[in-house]
Design a protein around this ligand. Structure first.
Ligand code: 2MC
Length: 117
């Protein structure tokens, strides 16, 4: 997310860019936060270490952001899609929040986004 955040900062500052398209591959838009990275960390380490810093950067970009989604958009990946101004979903797009099966709740803004939409 840090890299995505940096790219978005640059696109936002670039006067030649009018709109931003975020996409993944045919198999996955994004499978969510890195479970392997998260699994051995305590809540305090994740919260104190700002694990989800910049997570909502997509929603604060002051240019139109289009999410071109194919394949899996899961967990934080589903949240990313919902933060886009427009979602252009392919026929194989699959949205979901499977992290509830890991005993965690949808990351940063999902519940608020669902309520607002
Ligand atoms: C904000 C929060 C809290 C979150 O985002 S929590 C994460 C939410 N996302 C998930 O729970 C998705 C978990 N992944 C899946 O359900 C399945 O891997 C998918 C995405 C449906 C793909 O399924 P398949 O096509 O059968 O491929 P699969 O073999 O499971 O995955 C391929 C590789 O990607 C890895 N992978 C998939 N999603 C991952 C993720 N979110 N984090 C880390 N690794 C992941 C997976 O461990 C496997 O690695 P390896 O080849 O080393 O074994």
């Amino acid at each position: 997310m840090t890299e995505v955040g940096r790219a978005l900062d640059a696109f936002e500052a670039d006067g030649e860019i009018g709109a931003i398209v975020i996409t993944g591959s045919e198999r996955a838009f994004a499978a969510g936060a890195d479970i392997k990275e998260m699994q051995n960390r305590t809540f305090q380490e994740r919260y104190g270490g700002n694990f989800l810093a910049h997570w909502n950067r997509i929603s604060t970009v002051k240019k139109p952001v289009i999410g071109a989604v194919n394949g899996f958009a899961l967990g934080g990946g589903c949240e990313w899609a919902m933060m886009c101004d427009v979602i252009y979903a392919g026929e194989k797009a699959q949205f979901g929040q499977p992290e509830i099966l890991l005993g965690t709740i949808p990351g940063e803004i999902l519940l608020i986004t669902l309520i607002l939409n």
